[in-house]
Design a protein. Structure first.
Length: 103
């Protein structure tokens, strides 16, 4: 072989070594990048789940607050109905007494 061919073969081998080293380096980075991506995905999923849980808790608190307010309002309505009934009875008795002429 002549020197030119030998040099070409050496250049090709040098390029092949460079490609091989690059491939090895990139192959070593794949698991690291996959782990990094997996951790980022886990963190995003955790944050999304926490936000959703917060919304559910807030909604539950709202429902509980609405139930409490509704119960309080119903209690007040029943109390007012009871008072109105008592006052109505007194009013009827008063009017009857006035009509009959007792007062």
């Amino acid at each position: 072989m002549d020197d030119k061919r030998i040099q070409q073969v050496l250049d090709i081998e040098k390029q092949a070594d460079g490609v091989y080293e690059t491939a090895i380096s990139q192959a070593a980075q794949v698991p690291l990048q996959a782990e990094k991506d997996a951790l980022a995905l886990i963190e995003k999923t955790r944050a999304d789940a926490q936000e959703e849980a917060k919304k559910i808790v807030e909604k539950a608190k709202s429902v509980e607050e609405i139930d409490r307010i509704s119960k309080d309002a119903q209690d007040r309505v029943h109390k007012m109905e009871s008072m109105a009934s008592i006052n109505f009875d007194h009013s009827v008795a008063y009017v009857l007494a006035r009509v009959v002429g007792r007062e």
